[in-house]
Design a protein around this ligand. Structure first.
Ligand code: GLY
Length: 374
């Protein structure tokens, strides 16, 4: 395993080094004509994926010690300040945006400015908490379809954002952030995780009374289906909540959803379908779900007894090896992981910046290197 992981890491480093010379402090999301032509720092400063390039750069800086990565990450992080200033575009993905940028910077360099950015982002996220129902509100009206009201919605993706709240409590000594994270995680567990380890994407609650009204399929195939990236968010998210709280129910949820994920991914040689309950044709895959889940499996491995550890590491490795089959190593093209999907409906097969982030994190985790961004 180590030789394989060392080999792919070398290829990743080579490719990102070439890319970063072209991209620098711009903020990429996906490629057009094989290049990161669009800069989301100008196109949409509050876009939810705007932290992942920083995350890649900080992991690269940690791994190689090369200053260029640090400089580029700092430049991109500073640009995100405009999202704070504009404020109205901010959403539940504040964790994805600032854990990978400011908090990672603070963790590696001790920058006070970055620490403050992290605390601001945590306050934005905590401000979305609705005590009636005990949940963090998802999205904003501009993100959902016409005629839809997301005031009472919460989604599985949020589980990857609440580590920002645990971090803020650890940093300030004020438990309010972490209380919110735990109440929210309990609501997600109650409303979105099913008995068999599958999960829904969107839970709808009455924002006045907190009553649970039902679920929606969101980015998956439909109501009652099982969107694979959402499955990855939930298994990794609960494993991280266990890391910060030690609550057994969270580790149990992470394991249950992980077993469900592994059983389904095995049916397609570990390159996951976009939705585990989609129709037989067309054969829609989402490689980003596989690499994200791989990181979650490797996180779970850190919290289970020795005898169980090998199983989770094996599943994590299988997912990463399957992802390698859809990687591009062409140094003239930006992006590594191909065959990703934003959602089951609409859209197209594409690369996505977070696919590359989780690929890098997963390989580093397999080698027991890297640093914890979450
Ligand atoms: N957080 C949105 C997504 O996973 O596409």
């Amino acid at each position: 395993m180590t030789a394989w992981a060392e080999g792919i890491l070398e290829k990743i480093i080579h490719k990102i080094s070439a890319e970063s010379n072209r991209v620098g402090g711009k903020i990429p999301y996906w490629t057009k004509n094989g290049r990161y032509e669009e800069d989301y720092g100008t196109k949409d400063i509050s876009w939810w994926t705007n932290g992942f390039w920083c995350g890649i750069l900080w992991q690269m800086y940690h791994e190689t010690g090369e200053e260029k990565y640090r400089r580029q990450a700092e430049a991109a992080e500073e640009r995100l300040d405009r999202a704070f200033a504009e404020f109205t575009g901010l959403h539940h993905d504040a964790g994805f945006m600032w854990l990978h940028s400011a908090v990672a910077d603070y963790r590696l360099t001790g920058s006070e400015k970055s620490r403050i950015r992290g605390l601001k982002a945590a306050s934005v996220l905590a401000g979305r908490f609705n005590p009636a129902g005990g949940f963090l509100k998802a999205w904003n009206p501009s993100c959902v379809g016409e005629g839809e009201d997301c005031t009472g919605w919460t989604i599985v993706d949020s589980m990857m954002n609440i580590p920002l709240l645990y971090w803020a409590s650890g940093e300030t000594g004020d438990p309010r952030f972490s209380h919110i994270a735990k109440i929210h995680a309990d609501t997600v567990l109650r409303c979105l995780v099913r008995e068999d380890g599958s999960c829904g994407h969107i839970a709808c609650l009455d924002p006045e009374t907190g009553e649970f009204l039902g679920t929606q399929g969101g980015q998956g195939y439909g109501e009652g289906s099982s969107w694979s990236r959402g499955q990855a968010w939930i298994l990794y998210g609960f494993a991280l909540s266990y890391r910060y709280t030690g609550r057994q129910a969270y580790l149990d949820a992470a394991k249950r959803t992980a077993h469900y994920f592994a059983a389904n991914a095995a049916l397609t040689d570990f390159l996951p379908l976009c939705d585990f309950r989609q129709p037989g044709t067309p054969d829609v895959r989402d490689a980003s779900a596989g690499v994200c889940a791989a990181c979650g499996f490797l996180e779970i491995a850190e919290h289970v007894p020795e005898g169980e550890r090998g199983l989770y590491r094996e599943w994590g490795e299988k997912l990463l090896r399957a992802a390698e089959n859809v990687c591009s190593w062409d140094l003239d093209r930006d992006s590594i992981l191909q065959k990703c999907r934003v959602a089951y409906h609409g859209g197209r097969e594409t690369d996505l910046i977070y696919g590359d982030y989780f690929l890098l994190e997963g390989v580093l985790r397999l080698l027991r290197r890297g640093f914890l961004i979450w």
